[in-house]
Design a protein around this ligand. Structure first.
Ligand code: AOF
Ligand code: ZN
Length: 380
């Protein structure tokens, strides 16, 4: 099969994989296509957490028809018993003759073993077809499985003069409706949304995903002294949407009022008078949170940057100006002294939403693997 044909079918598998966005965390997005004599005879994707893997979904119902076919899959097939039996077994049972793999699976239970098992059984395996795109689509999975901490996307909206609120603190709205729809999509793609007590106090937001069928992420509120009103909308709706307070408040008698409403309190160590964010993401990783959409104010954003917990940045730029000496910018904290001390960013995408622009970018060096997004399974 020619390289372009392989890329063509892998592209199709990638598009299928994307359909699982927001539904499979903390597992990967995977798509698969079965091709025989140039014709697609089966396709599938990982639809929901705990459900059948993409390979089994693509092979379902094919029976003996799959004999001699080629299977395209965006991630190396698994070879372990998890919530489902190994995909390598399904591939062998169906007598597939060739498997084309997008990216290796960094899961230590798989990590090259899936491909080895297939080759040892006499199947031709081609690796790394559209490898970068296949890794990119699973940047959350790759980061979480290797670091055991959530992938953090910081998001803010600012005017063209770098303000996130007017001089008296009003911030609704900076961007238009189309950009806000994209924000709701991104909320649904992450397992949790994080904000600070200051934002709850100022805006009393719901922090939910208001798209039909969108998953409601866990709401995380960084509240060092546990000062958020129990009548805030996030606390009042904690029975319907999981709401966790991250606090340094050790006075457990004060937790009760929140817990009665259904909130969870996570007690964390303090650093420089605030919740220690490095400790927080470690704890959240242990709780199974693989991704956080950080919608903080300038203080929380500043602390997050200083704690080096951010992998990706979404900066919405609205064509308007607020002016004012007192108007806030998106990131507070101490800041750097010289321009050459700046946090290095790499722009990965620029998109237009109505009149607004979204600049998607990654931090160059907050991932232990090296380049911001854990670009490769080996961490190169
Ligand atoms: C998925 N979907 O399509 C593929 C996965 O607990 P399990 O049985 O669901 O296994 C999860 C692991 O299986 C996951 O971490 C990844 O290494 C591998 N492949 N997982 O959820 C899929 N192909
Ligand atoms: Zn599998």
């Amino acid at each position: 099969m020619s390289e372009t044909t392989d890329s063509f079918f892998m592209q199709r598998a990638l598009r299928l994989a994307a359909r699982g966005a927001g539904k499979v965390n903390p597992n990967p997005l995977v798509g698969a296509v079965v091709v025989k004599e140039g014709t697609v005879i089966g396709e599938g994707w990982h639809e929901r957490f705990g459900g059948p893997h993409a390979e089994r979904a693509a092979l379902a119902g094919l029976g003996a028809c799959a004999e001699g076919a080629t299977l395209y899959v965006t991630l190396e097939p698994c070879c372990h018993y998890g919530k489902t039996p190994p995909c390598t077994e399904a591939i062998l049972e169906h007598k597939i003759s060739r498997v084309v793999v997008g990216a290796p699976d960094p899961n230590p239970l798989v990590a090259g073993k899936g491909v080895r098992i297939l080759r040892e059984a006499g199947i031709t395996v081609t690796e790394d077809v559209l490898a970068q795109q296949c890794r990119e689509i699973n940047r959350i999975f790759f980061h979480y499985i290797r670091t055991k901490t959530p992938y953090v996307t910081m998001k803010y909206a600012m005017t063209m003069d770098g303000r996130t609120a007017t001089r008296v603190g009003h911030s609704r709205w900076i961007t238009g409706e189309p950009a806000r729809v994209r924000v709701h999509e991104d909320r649904g793609r992450h397992m949790a949304i994080m904000t600070g007590a200051g934002t709850i106090e100022a805006d009393d937001p719901m922090l939910n995903c208001r798209l039909p069928g969108g998953r409601q992420p866990v709401r995380l509120i960084c509240d060092t002294g546990l000062r958020t009103s129990v009548r805030a909308r996030v606390a009042e709706s904690a029975g319907e949407i999981p709401t966790w307070f991250l606090t340094c408040c050790r006075d457990h008698s004060r937790w009760e009022a929140y817990e009665k409403k259904g909130c969870r309190i996570l007690e964390l160590p303090e650093k420089d008078g605030r919740v220690d964010l490095a400790a927080a993401i470690k704890r959240l990783g242990e709780e199974g949170i693989d991704s956080i959409y950080l919608e903080g104010g300038s203080r929380l954003n500043g602390s997050a940057l200083e704690a080096q917990i951010v992998q990706e940045l979404h900066c919405y730029l609205a064509p308007k100006l607020f002016g004012g000496e007192e108007s806030r910018g998106p990131i507070g904290g101490a800041g750097v002294t010289f321009p050459d001390q700046a946090t290095a960013m790499k722009i990965t995408n620029i998109r237009h939403y109505g009149q607004d622009i979204l600049i998607e970018s990654v931090m160059e060096d907050t991932c232990p693997g090296g380049a911001g997004r854990c670009r490769t399974a080996e961490g190169k």
